[in-house]
Design a protein around this ligand. Structure first.
Ligand SMILES: Nc1ncnc2c1ncn2[C@@H]1O[C@H](COP(=O)(O)OP(=O)(O)OP(=O)(O)O)[C@@H](O)[C@H]1O
Length: 616
């Protein structure tokens, strides 16, 4: 998953990271660069001043001449003490600003995914995990490493020049001794980055099990079925697998670093011997020896620091590349440069020979479906489990494009429209609606974000969904926090726990959310009353009938009594329309609809007979 980068990719990623930091924190970036440059030159300056001091110490009456190097060393000492603290502060500031900007960009790009294809793709989700990790500290780390390398290069060049002046051969040997370290660290950093990619699926599964163990929706089944130990054991298994991979990597790193440390010590020892031998034979002064020792140690320290920084930068670069792969991914549904307008629906929506499957390796769900949803009519979709009703709804919202065939809005193919503009024409209640950990008013208001603060519209939507009375009974009415995982600390008395609703009560809130968009062209209701008690269900359907005149609606329901007065009932079977018509027409047809309807009606009749028998 994490591949080798070409020099061009290295360059573009570095430029992109620098641009990101300059946008996020221009002042801190420039100050950090200057601080790095100053701190890079300080060790060399200190070594030269020490050499000067030592050489002048031997000369008679040298006191005035000593003042220069001494005061230089004092100033350097102060700078050396201050520079790391300043660097750390600037780095923290830079990192925080970059993390905010990169996470904002990452989630902006994820928000640009206009379909469901990528978000349901496990490979993309793994890539997303790496990008999330890289986005938080990655770009900042990359720039920090890049400046660190520049700082190290400055120190290194200073010491190399000094060493060359004293002994060119020694300079060459010390420099060459850094080459194996560079090669080894580059290899290790690539391995570390690849490891992150391999760990992503393990970590996602581990988090999934950990989440299940404390999740509120799973809590009941977990306790009743005793699933805790099973999921805990699976979580630990994923952690062990990830830990095993990390352990192997750590072992390789420890081995390589030990070998490199031994090599460095051998080079230092040999250079020291060489310097002492030269001094003993009168080729070097005491100051030269001090400079040579400082230069050998300085070159080695800066080569080591550069090698470690290059390796770190390499790893950060590979991760940043993944981050950019996600931020540059672009929309997963094609949108023409100049999209067709999305006019008010005048005639209807047509499905022409629509074939659809969720992926090339998945079975066909819709198989040559022809359907017309006429403007102003109520169309009901019925069919057995897995017949493709929810899939049809998802295509109707353009969460996916048909694999073959076309869906047209008043004759315009949905693919020619901008999905965002198109979806703003639709109101929907999905079978798997969301229960947001927000206040009631917000839970309803998000149905039309522009009206989030419009209490009158929120109340009207709640009244239509038969939810107003229920909200009135909650501790803070529309301001009640619907959550058991957050405290409601925004209220006047603060620190109150939130409230949890029943399934049917939640469904009414979700229905009210859908009604926030009731002036749109198309209202989609996928099993809107499945969790409601019979009285509430009757009431909601009565209101739906009352309000739907003139609006176009698509209703999916297994409760056939709820769909019997739709203008058209469409029966889906095996991804095709098997019959369509009004309730009476379909009953006369004696086809699948009539059979299902009788089955349900008989169930109720049997129940009534039994109840009557029990009563008598
Ligand atoms: N995201 C998905 N990825 C892969 N396959 C899917 C996905 N969603 C649904 N399917 C498959 O598509 C088929 C049709 O599912 P769909 O949810 O459309 O049926 P349905 O008629 O709404 O069923 P139900 O009455 O149970 O809600 C099923 O076989 C299901 O496994």
């Amino acid at each position: 998953m994490i591949e080798r980068l070409s020099p061009r990719q290295v360059g573009t990623n570095l430029v992109a990271a620098l641009r990101l930091t300059l946008t996020a924190a221009p002042g801190a970036t420039i100050a950090y660069a200057l601080n790095s440059a100053v701190s890079g030159l300080m060790p060399v300056a200190a070594a030269w001043l020490t050499k000067l001091l030592l050489d002048r110490l031997g000369a008679p009456g040298a006191w005035p001449a000593l003042l220069g190097p001494v005061s230089g060393l004092v100033v350097l000492g102060v700078l050396m003490g201050v520079s790391p603290a300043v660097g750390q502060y600037l780095h923290g500031r830079l990192n925080r600003a970059v993390a905010i900007l990169s996470m904002d960009r990452l989630y902006h790009s994820v928000g640009q995914l206009n379909g469901m294809g990528h978000i349901e793709d496990p490979q993309f989700r793994d890539q997303l995990v790496v990008a999330q990790q890289a986005g938080r500290g990655g770009p900042g780390r990359l720039v920090e490493h890049a400046f660190g390398i520049a700082r190290g290069m400055l120190t290194l060049s200073g010491f190399v020049v000094a060493l060359f002046l004293l002994d060119p051969w020694l300079a060459l040997v010390v420099l060459l001794a850094g080459a194996p370290a560079l090669a080894a660290q580059l290899r290790l950093s690539r391995e570390r980055a690849t490891l992150l990619g391999r760990l992503a699926p393990l970590e996602r599964r581990e988090l999934h099990y950990a989440d299940l163990l404390v999740s509120l929706p799973a809590a009941k089944e977990l306790r009743l079925l005793g699933l805790g130990p099973l999921f805990r054991e699976r979580m630990v298994r994923e952690m062990r697998a990830a830990g095993g991979e990390q352990e192997q990597q750590d072992r390789r790193e420890a081995g390589a670093e030990t070998a490199l440390a031994v090599l460095a010590s051998v080079v230092t020892g040999a250079s020291l011997l060489w310097a002492v031998w030269l001094a003993a034979n009168g080729h070097l002064t005491v100051g030269d020896v001090a400079m040579l020792i400082a230069a050998v140690a300085g070159v080695q320290a800066s080569v080591q620091a550069i090698v470690a920084l290059v390796a770190g930068a390499h790893e950060a670069l590979l991760l940043f590349h993944q981050f950019r792969a996600v931020t540059d991914i672009g929309p997963d549904l094609s949108v023409p440069e100049i999209p067709a307008p999305t006019p008010v629906l005048a005639e209807g929506i047509t499905f022409t020979d629509v074939w659809f499957r969720y992926g090339p390796d998945q079975p066909w769900v819709l198989r040559g479906l022809h359907l017309t949803i006429r403007q102003g009519e109520a169309t009901a979709l019925v069919g057995l489990n897995g017949a493709g009703k929810s899939t049809l709804i998802k295509l109707l919202c353009r969460f996916y494009d048909p694999t073959r065939g076309a869906i047209r809005w008043d004759g315009t193919d949905l693919r020619e429209m901008d999905p965002v503009a198109f979806r703003s024409r639709i109101g929907a209640l999905f079978q798997d609606f969301m229960e947001y950990d927000l206040a009631v008013a917000e839970n309803i208001g998000v149905g039309d974000v522009e009206a989030l603060a419009d209490r009158a519209r929120i109340t009207a939507a709640a009244e239509r969904a038969d939810a107003h009375d229920l909200v009135g009974r909650l501790p803070s009415g529309y301001d009640t926090l619907l959550s058991r995982i957050f405290m409601d600390d925004a209220g006047p008395d603060g620190g109150r726990t939130g409230t949890l609703l029943s399934g049917g009560q939640w469904q009414r809130i979700a229905l009210a959310r859908a009604f926030m968009r009731d002036r749109r062209d198309l209202m989609i209701l996928d099993e809107p009353t499945s969790g409601l008690d019979p009285e509430a269900e009757y009431e909601i359907h009565r209101r739906l009938r009352q309000h739907r005149s003139g609006t176009t609606s698509v209703l999916v329901s297994h409760r056939l009594s709820a769909v019997r007065d739709a203008d058209t009932i469409v029966v889906l079977c095996d991804g095709r329309v098997s019959e369509r018509g009004t309730h009476n027409q379909l009953m006369d047809n004696r086809g699948p609809y009539a059979r299902l309807y009788r089955l349900q009606a008989d169930g109720y009749a049997d129940g009534q007979t039994t109840l009557a028998a029990q009563a008598s």
